[in-house]
Design a protein around this ligand. Sequence first.
Ligand SMILES: Nc1ncnc2c1ncn2[C@@H]1O[C@H](COP(=O)(O)OP(=O)(O)O)[C@@H](O)[C@H]1O
Ligand SMILES: Cc1ncc(COP(=O)(O)O)c(N)n1
Length: 260
Amino acid sequence: MPRVLTVAGSDSGGGAGIQADLKTMLALGTHGMSVITAVTAQNSLGVQGAWELPVEAVRAQYRSVVDDIGVSAVKTGMLASAELVEAVAELIGGTDAPAVVDPVGVSKHGDALLAATALDSVRTKLLPVATVATPNLDEVAQLTGVRVESEDGLRRAAAAVLAYGPAWVLIKGGHLPGEAVDLLTDGSEEHWLRAPRHDNRHTHGTGCTLASAIACGLAKGQSVPEAAAAAKEYVTGAIAEGFALGGGIGPVDHGWRFRR
Ligand SMILES: Nc1ncnc2c1ncn2[C@@H]1O[C@H](COP(=O)(O)OP(=O)(O)O)[C@@H](O)[C@H]1O
Ligand SMILES: Cc1ncc(COP(=O)(O)O)c(N)n1
């Protein structure tokens, strides 16, 4: 059984974070496990509150999972503070499993999920231990200063992130107008992942879902390009079927393949 571990924050509304990750892992036929870094009070309207867990609680959860059950792949999401980023980078660096790092900075509503003081730890500690980093365009700007306004800029963004040391980077162009285009590259190979843009505002959890789906593919033994292509197909279907729950941005449908 492929075993996939998410190290991320809890989203009480069930659309993003740990909840999105575990749903993705179930939908993609893997055993999902979680290390919770922070608890958010969150719904379709935004983040109403966030509380970090102590670093010892994060380390203990990680050790419990890795030392007994073992992991085939790890995915990281909301890490909240510099202290947690550094602890998680060290844990991942000491684990012999591929790691998908989603450098979560702000929620779809603009609520900060990472302290500004943690950016340097993401650049110098976390990105170097990533098998694949999956920043969106806001996170690229925060981490590298590179601003992308069209598809042409994705290559520049990828080079700037690769300079921090991840083996691969997948730059998510989801925030650009037009087709939903992402660029996956290791600096030599380039893979353009394209999907039609779905005119659906219920996109809460897209980034978490894509990163978890890549981790599932890696856990099953797929190469990074194979895992990313399969993940793109899964998230595109989930966005197409995203539903209106709550009064704001609803969640993507993690179970879309079961309902078809
Ligand atoms: N409206 C949409 N239609 C189709 N694909 C989308 C849409 N919005 C985002 N995507 C895709 O969803 C994935 C997550 O991207 P994005 O929404 O940019 O991430 P994040 O949640 O981190 O902001 C990417 O593959 C992106 O291309
Ligand atoms: C706990 C947690 N982790 C990650 C996200 C990002 O998801 P999105 O970009 O879809 O708001 C979130 N909103 N909450």
